[in-house]
Design a protein around this ligand. Structure first.
Ligand SMILES: Nc1ncnc2c1ncn2[C@@H]1O[C@H](COP(=O)(O)OP(=O)(O)OP(=O)(O)O)[C@@H](O)[C@H]1O
Length: 233
């Protein structure tokens, strides 16, 4: 279980407060208006932003001040953050060792992850030699090799066309179901939430609410969410 106990996450002059618990193994959409604090919440859990009050606990272990690399977290950003001068295999290998001095077992894990996202044979290419969708899959492979129990996705597939986005979302579902990973995904699209999540954390004006069941919440949204969804929920 991931718990945010009266946590205040600071992002410059902006704060997000959260007092909530997330059961392991759920896939959860983080939804709310632009500027509400969704990315701030995710980056606070990842350790990229400071918690100024309260605590963040994973399986009852306090990780409030742990460095990002010491947390049970893998994070996927919208642009994938691939390094243009490195090959796809090297980019994925970075998920295991920043200095890329991989042993045989680690190289095998990189190959497995690339196969899992249908990129076998593309190991030696640079990101620019792949399509947008293939680049997204490579970024997902880097997250996969890390094999962390908590997967944080910040609008990861927003730049992709609908068919490719659905394929990527379904891949996240498949992989997280296999590994039992807990997934938190920032999304602006309620259809994404319905497609792969069972719960939603609503973030509004710097407050993150406890997870609620996806279907009932979107079927009968409270006023703030209804205004945001614009009747498309
Ligand atoms: N580096 C920063 N310095 C100052 N303010 C910031 C900084 N980054 C974000 N903010 C502010 O913090 C607030 C929350 O930003 P955040 O990115 O968490 O929102 P969001 O809900 O993810 O928005 P969006 O849906 O538009 O991505 C916003 O009002 C934003 O302007």
């Amino acid at each position: 279980m991931l718990r945010l106990e009266n946590a205040i996450i600071r992002n410059g002059p902006f704060n997000v407060t959260a007092n909530l618990a997330i059961e392991s193994g759920h896939r959860i959409a983080v939804i709310g208006p632009s500027g509400a604090g969704k990315s701030t919440l995710i980056e606070g859990i990842a350790g990229f932003l400071p918690v100024t009050q309260g605590r963040i606990l994973w399986r009852d272990q306090d990780m409030t001040t742990a460095a990002p690399g010491k947390r049970p977290v893998a994070m996927l950003f919208q642009d994938g953050n691939l390094f243009p001068h490195l090959t796809i295999a090297e980019n994925v290998g970075l998920g295991l060792r920043p200095d890329l001095r991989l042993n045989g077992e680690q190289k095998a894990r990189v190959s497995d992850a690339l196969a899992r996202v249908d990129l076998e044979g593309k190991e030696a290419r640079k990101p620019a030699e792949l399509s947008g969708g293939q680049q997204s899959r490579a970024a997902l492979a880097r997250v996969l090799v890390q094999a962390r129990p908590l997967l944080l996705l910040d609008e990861p597939f927003a730049a992709l066309g609908p068919a490719l986005k659905h394929a990527m979302l379904d891949l996240v579902t498949e992989l997280s179901a296999e590994t039992g990973a807990t997934v938190l995904m920032v999304s602006h699209d309620p259809a994404d939430a319905r497609r792969i999540t069972d719960q939603i954390i609503l973030v509004d004006e710097g407050v993150a609410l406890a997870p609620q069941e996806t279907g009932p919440l979107l079927d009968n949204p409270p006023a703030a969410l209804r205004a945001y969804l614009g009747g498309t929920g």
